[in-house]
Design a protein around this ligand. Sequence first.
Ligand code: ADP
Length: 491
Amino acid sequence: MDIEEWEQRHAEAFYNAKEALPYLDGMFVAYNSNIDAIRHLTEEDLSKLVGFFDESDIQDRVAAYPREIAEPLDFVARLLISMREGKAAEVPAYTADIHEWLKEHLGFDYARMGGQAGIISNLLGRLGLKKVVAYVPWLSEEQAEYFTATGNILHPKVENGKVLLKPPGEAFKPGIGSKVNWILEYSKDMNVTCAGNTFKVPRDNRLIISSRPKWLRLDMDKQIYEQLDTLLPVDGAMLSGYQMIKEEYEDGSTYKDYVENSVKVIEKLKSLNPELRIHVELTSIQNRLIRKAILTEIVARHVHSLGLDTVEVANALNVLGHEELSYSVIRKGENGIMSLYQGAVQLMKDLDLERVHVHSLGFYICILAKGHPLTLKEHRDSLLFSSVLAAAQALNGNIENLAEAEAGLEVPVSSIGLEDLENFQLYCTGRKLCTPDEFEYGYVYGSEHDAILIPSKVVERPKATVGIGDTISAGAFVAMLAKIKQKHSGK
Ligand code: ADP
């Protein structure tokens, strides 16, 4: 594979997507958004935090290994555990108490939009789409402030029994709390002392306190559901956040109720516009029962497209009964990319999808069911466009608008990604899945499915990496929809 050629293809794809995007009428994006409060910890912060408690109490709590943050001592214990190992951790908090405590005793450096639907809405808003209808069931006044003020992001609001689309700042639910996740970052080599023990932090990492207030429900207000046609016209929907669904709720409802309602929303969207395509963006889901229910009951048969990273491919395969394939995706090794490809194909078949887009550091794989509406070149353009967006985001920490996203073109295509793909080529051509010539283009024409493989642009020292996966999936999906619209218009 020729790296120069791939640079050229990226540039061409970016301009093609830019031309196609104005053909879109709009996108619907739901459900999850939150506020990320970020604090980079210093050694002084640490001694201050430890100083609030009796050191032997801290030691006892560390030994108890709390699985949730019920009080500040749980937080300090999990922070010390995470720092000692340099290992990322995410621990839930079911009340807002720790949020209040941290605001008062520590404070944050800055706050930003978090949650897949929040991140995707802002990205699409900044790419200049005509209309982005965001829907967050728990839109608080504070949360609404984190949507970008591009003017094209709207949110449904019920007024006198009628659903209207309004800017998020005019559509929030008065009086509800906010979901604030704390991200506590720490650096390698920090010295930490507690109860006479001192250790050095082995690597940069972070502890996340994930806020799970009891009132959080992945649901759609009845009136909005009933008047869903007010969202139109939209060409596609990007849905995420299903991981919030819990097995059981205090009011006696269960995950089954929420799964059923989620499917109803999807089916209603499709009935309102049969051309509308639906993408689900997956993230890690700890609970296996919920993971399986999301995949087999919400995604399978109902949605067209799925976006996920390699770990999620393995996790999904695991609950779908493909343990061996799942382990070989996780192990990576020499056959990693082959397993990843097979795994993505398996997901497409098991879940009856039109499209599965897997992003990895350095390359993306997209499996397409036969009968998909674009040429492989057009699908490839959509993926390459998303690679430019990912590069721009890693480079600058965010994307202000489509013109600024062009900066991603300056980022080189990953030579490691290219190498991975070259390994895969041997597998593909060896099994006659494609000819060497086709592979040069990144195309695999199969008898049961087609596929696109592209090397992607990777920023060596990224400014920020959070939400890049969402950017890749959203960028490629909207570019694909825009191309379909452009072709239909005959231009
Ligand atoms: P997140 O949920 O934070 O978006 P994911 O694991 O879903 O994380 O996605 C991360 C993706 O971002 C990777 O698969 C990779 O393709 C991309 N990525 C990560 N770091 C960089 C970087 N430095 N430059 C370009 N792309 C990156």
